[in-house]
Design a protein around this ligand. Sequence first.
Ligand SMILES: NC(=O)c1ccc[n+]([C@@H]2O[C@H](COP(=O)([O-])OP(=O)(O)OC[C@H]3O[C@@H](n4cnc5c(N)ncnc54)[C@H](OP(=O)(O)O)[C@@H]3O)[C@@H](O)[C@H]2O)c1
Length: 258
Amino acid sequence: MKSVLVTGANGQLGQSIQKLTSDYPQLNFVFLSSIDLDITDINSIEKRLSNRAFNYCINCAAYTNVENSEKEPEKAFKVNSEGVNNLALVCKEQQTVLIHISTDYVFDGEKETPYVVSDPTNPINVYGASKLMGEKHIQESMDAYFIIRTSWLYSEFGKNFYKTILQKAREGANLNVTDDQIGCPTYAGNLAKYVLDLVARESKGYGIRHFTDEESLSWYGFAEKILRENNLSDKVRLEKAKNYCTFARRPKYSVLKS
Ligand SMILES: NC(=O)c1ccc[n+]([C@@H]2O[C@H](COP(=O)([O-])OP(=O)(O)OC[C@H]3O[C@@H](n4cnc5c(N)ncnc54)[C@H](OP(=O)(O)O)[C@@H]3O)[C@@H](O)[C@H]2O)c1
């Protein structure tokens, strides 16, 4: 029986993994929320992972607010870089394989074809920079790790674009959505399955990987799809947003080759 620790367990991905546990009876899970285990506190991590208690640690903990990261960069770096470094150091010491989730925002978006793992990184916002630094800490201190870059996650859990569009559409609101960024929306349940299959198969192909649902869309295109899937296309007016502006810069093309 393999033992698996999941950090940040109450986020979108953490809950998506929790939902799948019955499909993996050969894995013994411990789920820890941010209250149970703060990854910025290395002493707590050392206590939780002591005595080689876990074969795998799936890190779903992250500071994911892209806009606030610009305003409070120290918070983003504390969790996404320092916290990840803590996990990497303890996992190495305890011979625990670390599975860490990273982002398409490590790229600048200037490419016109899907990003492959070996493409040069060049984040253009604080969130992306903090996540890239987390990746580098893992690579510097560990051999047995997976860094899985993904993009535009949505699920039935937490706050995400899919749920926001659906809610607004059901309220009858008109929708203005930008079409000047292209990426791959990814259902967190599919990512959860991909991660758990890596564990169940005891895959040894360590390193960086990209995982998405592979269909590239703009946010506008994604909104269209959400309305279509929910038979709401005829009931709401969806328009392309003009002069769409956010505090954080975002890559205009961040399709990952999965
Ligand atoms: N969401 C996306 O579109 C997207 C895209 C690409 C990559 N990713 C990456 O995918 C991963 C999962 O994302 P997600 O959407 O599931 O994120 P999420 O819903 O925001 O969940 C992140 C979780 O991390 C927890 N957390 C924050 N600081 C922590 C700390 N110091 N110690 C322990 N836990 C902490 C949060 O708890 P609290 O709520 O209590 O703070 C939250 O439960 C992240 O690594 C993210 O960077 C996400």
